[in-house]
Design a protein around this ligand. Structure first.
Ligand SMILES: Nc1ncnc2c1ncn2[C@@H]1O[C@H](COP(=O)(O)OP(=O)(O)OP(=O)(O)O)[C@@H](O)[C@H]1O
Ligand SMILES: O=C(O)c1ccc[n+]([C@@H]2O[C@H](COP(=O)([O-])O)[C@@H](O)[C@H]2O)c1
Length: 189
């Protein structure tokens, strides 16, 4: 089993989340993508964060795909830091090949995540391009530090089997959508 882990605030979820998941499913040859709806991103202020149950319901409605599973696994595990979540999932699912999926904006600040080098040594990572952030991400601290482990974009199907550290930057269809913009439209910052 090859499973993509796509963590996010999903506050609210939008079509770009679905596009990222579908891109990863196809380009990495995954069996499924699990959306890990976070109880709260450790680096983001929690003001304005909708309740987890509300974000779960909206994410399930939006995902609507047999290979996308929307979960609140981090609430169940009692983890918030991605390193802890991945370590717990790997211990529970020894036969599964997990891949971490994130947008390019998160690669740009990946070096601020707790034990980010540890995350990169636990599992392969797929970064999906995002308008306005791709160049900054590709030249950032984490991308530079991990440069020698970057795989060719055409080798996506090999990524789930690669020994970490290993990562890939997927370009292709890009969506400008963001939860921030949707909250602003709804008058809810
Ligand atoms: N338009 C997009 N293109 C590529 N990746 C995206 C896009 N929107 C979100 N992502 C990625 O999806 C994951 C979850 O993102 P998140 O739920 O924080 O959405 P967001 O739109 O970035 O929210 P906010 O605007 O509140 O920061 C992250 O890895 C993020 O990089
Ligand atoms: O572990 C960390 O230190 C860490 C710091 C920032 C973000 N994350 C995770 O990154 C994922 C994307 O978060 P977000 O808010 O950009 O959607 C989500 O699963 C967060 O828990 C994790």
């Amino acid at each position: 089993m090859r499973i993509g882990l796509f963590g996010g605030s999903f506050n609210p979820p939008h079509d770009a989340h679905r596009l990222v998941a579908l891109t990863a499913l196809k380009r990495l040859g995954l069996d499924a993508v699990w959306w890990l709806v976070t109880p709260g991103n450790p680096l983001k202020a929690q003001g304005g964060l909708a309740p987890l149950a509300e974000r779960m319901t909206a994410a399930r409605r939006l995902a609507a795909h047999p290979a996308i599973h929307v979960t609140d696994i981090e609430a169940g595990l009692g983890t918030r830091f991605t390193f802890d979540t991945i370590a717990a999932l790997r211990a529970r699912c020894p036969g599964v090949r997990f891949v971490w999926i994130m947008g390019a904006d998160n690669l740009a600040q990946f070096h601020r995540w707790q034990n980010w080098r540890g995350i990169a040594s636990l599992l392969p990572i797929a970064v999906v391009d995002r308008p306005g952030t791709g160049l900054r991400a590709a030249a950032g601290v984490a991308a530079t530090a991990l440069a020698r482990y970057r795989m060719n974009e055409t080798d996506g199907l090999l990524l789930p089997f690669a020994r970490p550290p290993a990562w890939i930057f997927l370009h292709g269809l890009k969506s400008p959508l963001s939860s921030t913009a949707i909250r602003a439209l709804n008058g809810n910052h």
